[in-house]
Ligand binder design. Structure first.
Ligand SMILES: N[C@@H](CCC(=O)N[C@@H](CS)C(=O)NCC(=O)O)C(=O)O
Length: 203
């Protein structure tokens, strides 16, 4: 049985979303998004940095949300959500899948740290401004690419689990502007999926 180590309002929601989309059975270890749980010796034994998500599958323990998505799609795919290597959309699947943690999440992390996690007297407006500008730049090619498409490779896929979730977070932080019409419609489409709602409202 797959076991997901989870806390609300985090990237672990991506994995719940995927498991729900695939209809796979899983067990959830719900933790608080708090050092008492994430930095406990028990959790650090699963993830050396005390982060989430972590997936256990019999004798396998794997972390990094993208690696977990790929692991589930390869070993338990239950029929899809990933193009084959011969598929003309496969290169774009790869690109947008990795663009998520590579380019979009780093400024999101900084914005969250600078607006939520740090106490007010330790926040740095210069770092915040830089991250906001970087995020706006990183979102622009996604907006352009999505013109005329419902999803990143036209049909719903693992790339949407990754980058769609990151775009949802960017939107929550106010970085998806009115001019980004294709991206705004995409965020609405992705967040309107019933399994996304299940994952995101899970506390
Ligand atoms: N690149 C990693 C990032 C993991 C990560 O930073 N997770 C956050 C939650 S979204 C976390 O565990 N934060 C707790 C902490 O930094 O102490 C992934 O995609 O899994």
């Amino acid at each position: 049985m797959l076991k997901l180590h989870f806390a609300p309002n985090s990237r672990a929601g991506r994995i719940v979303w995927l498991l729900e989309e695939l209809g796979l059975p899983y067990e959830l270890n719900k933790m608080d998004f708090h050092p008492k749980d994430l930095k406990s010796a028990e959790h650090r034994a699963r993830h050396p940095l005390g982060r989430i998500p972590v997936l256990e599958d019999d004798d396998v323990t794997i972390w990094e949300s993208g690696a977990i998505v790929e692991y589930i799609l390869e070993r338990h795919k239950n029929g899809g959500l990933k193009p084959t290597v011969e598929d003309p959309m496969w290169p774009m699947y790869q690109q947008w899948f990795h663009y998520c943690e590579g380019m979009v999440m780093p400024p999101i992390n900084t914005i969250v740290v600078q607006t939520i996690l740090l106490p007010e007297d330790r926040r740095d407006p210069v770092a915040l401004g830089q991250a906001q500008r970087l995020l706006t730049k990183a979102l622009a090619p996604i907006n352009d690419w999505l013109e005329g498409k419902d999803y990143l490779i036209e049909r719903f896929s693992g790339a949407d689990i990754m980058l769609g979730h990151a775009c949802f977070m960017a939107n929550r932080l106010g970085s998806v502007t009115d001019e980004m019409t294709h991206l705004a419609a995409y965020v609405e489409r992705v967040t309107g999926r019933p399994h996304f709602q299940t994952a995101i409202t899970m506390a």
